[in-house]
Design a protein around this ligand. Structure first.
Ligand SMILES: [Zn+2]
Length: 410
């Protein structure tokens, strides 16, 4: 699950566990992949902010009440209230993240500083052309899609990967081609294959419905046998099905993914086609942005060492003062505000993390670039369960007693 409660604010991105975020007022959805929608259902009853395409898909897939969905135009800045009295505002700008239909990054600007939440994205230099990212303004915290943040991983461009797939299909002229995909994404690959091999692409009726909603090119059909290329869910690509399909017609399977996958049949071809930035692209992206700090979005994948050279430094830590009206609102929205520790809502100065903050597989407080921090999840837990920060620290020290902890909440 990839979602984050943004510390010291009343908003969250791709986070839908309502019991853990009763203080949250604004919910943002980056795109409709299942690892970013865990917890969403037709019974969701809070406002959701997303791109217009995601808004359409959200209603279609989850039947979320239409009045709760707030589509925001991509590329424009939108002013949103952070409290209930209309005093404190922030701006949010949606930026196309080049990942799947409707996917966006969020650029937040408010009392908390400037935060860029990339969610899942595939970097392209055009992201800096006439875009909010091209300004000189520094990002205080960059939440970065670190899916492919590994110098060892080989992630070619999508065009190169597409050529690899075409070569595989060309070398199997008598075969049917089964392509394993998730529910959304890689549509442009399918269209390119349909045009290159002059065939319909056969998909399930439900996927076809979604493609019609997205107004994609007319190369898809749900009529079985109408074309040579078939799309199935990725988890259907297995040895059992390969044997079954080959009993009817010679069949190869292609799985376009940069994730590691166990190949269980000689006719399964895994091609590193990725909708996430390659390691080199991540480096270029961070080098151009020069943020003050980085938080990885995929939990448990440390990436701190790779970007420290690109970070901007400050003479002193920037302080955050949660505005009174926002704090009141967060407290009011919290179901268990009576149980809140005093220090949680007392006016205070908070530090923006300095340096790269990362989350190794082990939860807890981590030493990075000379500073120790609670990982986001711990902070979220602290917010959500409304246990005092001291309790979090105490529990942590029961597990590990070597680190020197710097309390970042007070
Ligand atoms: Zn995704």
């Amino acid at each position: 699950m990839n979602g984050t409660l943004i510390p010291n604010t009343p908003f969250a991105v791709d986070f839908w566990q309502i019991r853990k975020c009763s203080h949250v007022r604004l919910f943002f959805l980056s795109h409709l992949h299942s690892d970013h929608t865990s917890g969403l259902s037709s019974t969701w009853n809070r406002s959701i902010y997303c791109s217009p395409i995601t808004a359409k898909l959200l209603q279609w897939k989850f039947q979320v009440e239409e009045t709760l969905i707030h589509p925001l135009e991509v590329g424009e800045s939108h002013l949103l209230y952070l409290d209930e009295v209309g005093k404190e505002t922030m701006t949010v700008t949606l930026i196309d993240s080049n990942h799947c239909p409707g996917s966006v990054m969020f650029l937040f600007d408010g009392y908390f500083g400037t935060i860029l939440y990339t969610a899942d994205f595939r970097y392209t230099p055009t992201m800096f052309c006439n875009s909010p990212l091209s300004t000189e303004k520094r990002i205080d915290v960059l939440y970065l899609d670190n899916t492919n943040c590994d110098p060892e991983s080989v992630v070619p461009s999508r065009q190169e990967a597409t050529e690899q797939i075409k070569e595989i299909i060309n070398s199997h002229p008598e075969h049917n081609v089964v392509i394993g995909l998730y529910n959304l994404g890689k549509e442009s690959l399918l269209i390119e294959l349909a045009l290159a091999f002059k065939t319909w692409v056969v998909v399930s009726p439900r996927r076809l419905q979604m493609f019609q909603l997205l107004r994609l090119s007319d190369v898809f059909t749900s009529e079985v046998g109408a074309g040579r290329i078939h799309v199935v869910d990725q988890n259907e690509i297995n040895r059992f099905n390969m044997i079954r399909w080959n009993q009817t017609c010679p069949t190869i399977a292609i799985v376009p993914t940069s994730r590691r996958m166990k190949v269980t049949h000689r006719d399964i071809h895994v091609v590193p086609y990725s909708d996430h930035s390659s390691f080199q692209e991540l480096q270029e992206f961070v080098a151009r942005l020069k943020p003050y700090s980085i938080m990885p979005i995929v939990k448990g994948k440390a990436c701190q060492a790779y970007f420290s050279q690109y970070l901007s430094s400050r003479d002193e830590l920037k302080s955050i003062q949660i505005p009174e009206t926002v704090e009141k609102c967060m407290k009011k929205n919290s179901k268990h505000h009576d149980a809140l520790p005093h220090q949680f809502f007392k006016p205070r100065t908070l530090d923006i993390p300095r340096g790269v903050v990362f989350e190794p597989p082990e939860k807890g407080l981590h030493d990075c670039n000379g500073a120790d921090y609670l990982c986001t999840e711990e902070l979220s837990w602290c917010y959500a369960s409304l246990k005092s920060f001291d309790a979090v620290v105490e529990q942590y020290f029961k597990k590990r007693n070597k680190l020197i902890v710097r309390n970042t909440l007070d």
